[in-house]
Ligand binder design. Structure first.
Ligand SMILES: Cc1ncc(COP(=O)(O)O)c(C=O)c1O
Length: 380
């Protein structure tokens, strides 16, 4: 028997600081809130949540979620337009299954969330990269691609993007919606970081447009509560929801994650989700500041914009092959994600992605110091 028995996907060798890991800090996962919610749930003595779930997802959970979203977005969200998922990864897989065929073309941002690219590859989709700039997706690039291709959908992370950190301005959001209507393609908006907003600026999510059949908004509890819950939601037009609820998967297995939904319902109703987000924002805001200051101090040559939400700094080390740099960084017990991972065309080679949520301030400082040491060693 080995002496390491895995329980989480996050396994970092002792002594290593891996700023590539895009996960919440273990210390911030709210065991206490979930324990309380589970106790409230069990005290109700209702076996329904252990039965096969209703296809669209646990009704009282959707009601609680709709109430939370209505407050958070400042517009009403109807629980009937919510579909419960096992998280955004699962939602993307379901969308590929039910809205595409192998060989279909889809558009992705360049750069984009690299593990979404893996899901699209599983479905044999042809990915066409659309350019971004420091504000996100570039409309002219999209228009140019639309003259050549007819995509089934565009996958976008419009707010505090992974890895770029950028947020699409309102005029581009409106234009995107118009284009999806005019050309008949879906916009799959991954809004996973929407509530991790450190500047407090008002951002209108794509969820606001889901009365249109071309818009699907995806949300998740992974970054605002805990990824191990495998719980998320889709907000969409009833016709799109119907395509999923009438699937063989749900016919056989019932709705997704009814038991966890029943527990998280109690947590939301107790006000703990809101409370958890408030304390995450305070914590992450401080870590972000520390990483930004350390980057300015240790790496004056680095080009980056300080993000206003989410998990990541997207840093350009102009002219450098960051794949090679990542190999060299291992000697310094340091990890990060090299830019090319996030590009479906293999670009972005002189970028790195650094996560500021997994480690505390002290480790962040030390990690950036190691990066500086590594850069000095490779340039000498
Ligand atoms: C942009 C983006 N989408 C989706 C996910 C994964 O979400 P989930 O855990 O809900 O599958 C992540 C996680 O890092 C992410 O950054």
């Amino acid at each position: 028997m080995t002496d390491y028995i895995p329980t989480s996907q996050t396994h970092i060798p002792p002594g290593m600081i891996d700023l590539g890991v895009g996960d919440p800090d273990f210390a911030l996962l709210p065991l206490d809130m979930l324990q309380r919610a589970a106790e409230t749930c069990f005290a109700k003595n209702d076996p329904a949540s252990l039965q096969y779930g209703t296809e669209q997802g646990h009704g009282y959970f959707r009601l609680a979620l709709a109430e939370f979203l209505s407050q958070g977005y400042s517009f009403p969200v109807d629980f009937d337009n919510l579909f419960v998922t096992n998280g955004i990864s699962n939602a993307l897989d379901l969308i590929c299954t039910h809205f595409t065929l192998p060989g279909d073309t889809i558009f992705v941002e360049d750069p984009t969330y690299f593990l979404a690219l893996r899901i699209f590859e599983d479905h044999d989709l042809q990915m066409v990269p659309v350019q971004t700039n420091e504000d996100g997706l570039v409309i002219e690039s999209l228009e140019e691609k639309l003259r050549e291709f007819h995509p089934k959908f565009l996958y976008t992370v419009p707010t505090f993007q992974n890895p770029g950190g950028f947020t699409l301005p309102q005029d581009r959001r409106d234009k995107l919606v118009q284009l999806s209507q005019a050309h008949g393609f879906l916009i799959v908006a991954d809004e996973v970081y929407h509530f991790l907003n450190y500047s407090g600026q008002q951002i209108k999510p794509f969820a606001a447009y889901t009365d249109l059949e071309t818009i699907i908004s995806l949300g998740s509890f992974s970054k605002i509560l805990a990824p191990g819950l495998r719980l998320g939601w889709m907000q969409a037009h009833p016709n799109n929801i119907k395509r999923l609820t009438s699937s063989g998967l749900l016919d056989s297995g019932g709705g997704l994650n009814p038991f966890t939904s029943a527990i998280v319902r109690e947590l939301i109703e107790a006000g703990d989700l809101k409370q958890n987000i408030t304390s995450l924002i305070a914590d992450y805001r401080s870590r972000l500041k520390v990483m930004g200051a350390a980057l300015h101090r240790e790496l004056p040559q680095a080009e980056f914009r300080t993000p206003e939400g989410g998990f990541f700094f997207w840093v350009r080390l102009r002219g450098m092959d960051t794949g090679q740099l990542r190999d060299a960084a291992r000697e310094f017990n340091l990890g990060f994600r090299q830019g090319a991972l996030f590009s479906s065309r293999g670009g972005m080679q002189d970028y790195i992605r650094l996560c500021f949520t997994f480690y505390d301030e002290e480790k962040i400082e030390e990690g950036i110091q190691r990066l500086n040491d590594c850069l000095n060693a490779t340039s000498s």
